[in-house]
Design a binder for this molecule. Structure first.
Ligand code: BTN
Length: 321
């Protein structure tokens, strides 16, 4: 474990209390004299750390900057977040992960960027990623299920993001099928899953997620989008949210492979789509029907007026008034 991660982990576990210098030296396996140097490095990065001649050190505040050490210090995950990288700027974090996937990177690596120059959403749309205002990140997955069940990834991710937003902010985060997480009817997060499959096997799935955390109104697309700042009225700790999101994604992703029915039930409780009369557009095709259920592959089952059931994967959905 990196030194920064180990010190921050000790501080987070102490939850604002002092950690003795001897304790930190033991954790770092260094002489006590070295601890002061490591603390100075963190202070130079913007961490507000108080030192006391008898009690040791305590963390009073963290900078509003994502670092791998900080996120890693706050999580214990099995797959997603095994390795975390943070870039100041990328074209799209999905592109970075795609490149890593081709270089045989291991499942679970996550790339965050403070800003993206070519962030993209579904259906070729652009994704606005203002610097330092959100969580713009992608994870490399290599699931065991077949490409036909790839929609499970987006279902699992939407449940994970909604859970994490609710846990950290108390907001009633909901899911609009197929890939939006909403608060008070407006989009707060989007999910873009891209797939590489060969011979009916998934070689790599790139799970890209954008969460509008501390965006001001003028930094968001008008009318349809919101941010956690706007909904709670206060700025959110992005590193803490990132850690919570990765922990929930890890849990949901593992469940998607072992007990997808469990996730379907949770998705149904969080869904704003289920039970509604919908207009669904897939390219030039436009159909209407009643959103009845998700199937075991993560497809939406739409009951048309003639009773026929349509399986819908990755479409644009409008809820009929
Ligand atoms: C959508 O709602 O259409 C999906 C938006 C996905 C945006 C995220 S931000 C991180 C990752 N990199 C991208 O270029 N897109 C995804």
């Amino acid at each position: 474990m990196a030194i920064g991660t180990a010190i921050l982990e000790a501080f987070y576990q102490a939850a604002g209390q002092f950690v003795a210098t001897g304790e930190l030296a033991k954790i770092l396996k260094t002489p006590a004299g070295q601890v002061a140097c490591e603390i100075t490095e963190l202070q130079q990065l913007g961490y507000n750390i108080e030192s006391h001649p008898h009690f040791g050190y305590r963390l009073l505040g963290a900078p509003d900057r994502l670092t791998a050490d900080d996120i890693q210090a706050q999580i214990r995950t099995e797959i997603i977040g095994r390795e975390i990288l943070v870039f100041d700027q990328t074209s799209s974090t999905n592109d970075v992960i795609e490149h890593m996937a081709r270089s045989q990177a291991a499942e679970g690596v996550v790339v965050f960027a403070e800003s993206q120059t070519k962030g993209r959403g579904r259906q070729g749309r652009a994704w606005v990623s203002p610097r330092g205002k959100g969580l713009w990140f992608s994870a490399l997955l290599r699931p065991k299920f077949k490409p036909a069940a790839a929609a499970r990834i987006t279902v699992a991710a939407s449940v994970g993001v909604a859970r994490a937003i609710h846990k950290t902010t108390g907001l009633d985060a909901r899911i609009k099928w197929p890939n939006d997480v909403t608060v008070a009817g407006k989009k707060v997060a989007g999910i873009l899953t891209e797939l590489h499959a060969e011979d009916d096997e998934i070689i790599a799935a790139i799970l890209g997620i954008g969460i509008d955390v501390n965006c001001r109104r003028e930094e968001l697309p008008p009318d349809i989008a919101t941010s956690l700042l706007l909904e709670t009225g206060k700025p959110q700790d992005r590193a803490a949210l990132a850690a919570e999101v990765l922990a929930e994604l890890d849990d949901c992703y593992r469940t998607a492979q072992t007990d997808f029915d469990f996730l379907i039930d949770e998705w149904a409780r969080l869904s704003t789509t289920l039970g509604r009369q919908l207009i669904v557009t897939m390219g030039a095709r436009r159909i209407e029907g009643h959103a009845q259920a998700l199937d075991g592959d993560g497809a939406l089952l739409l009951r048309r007026d003639n009773g026929q059931i349509e399986r819908i994967l990755g479409a644009d959905v409008t809820v009929e008034k």
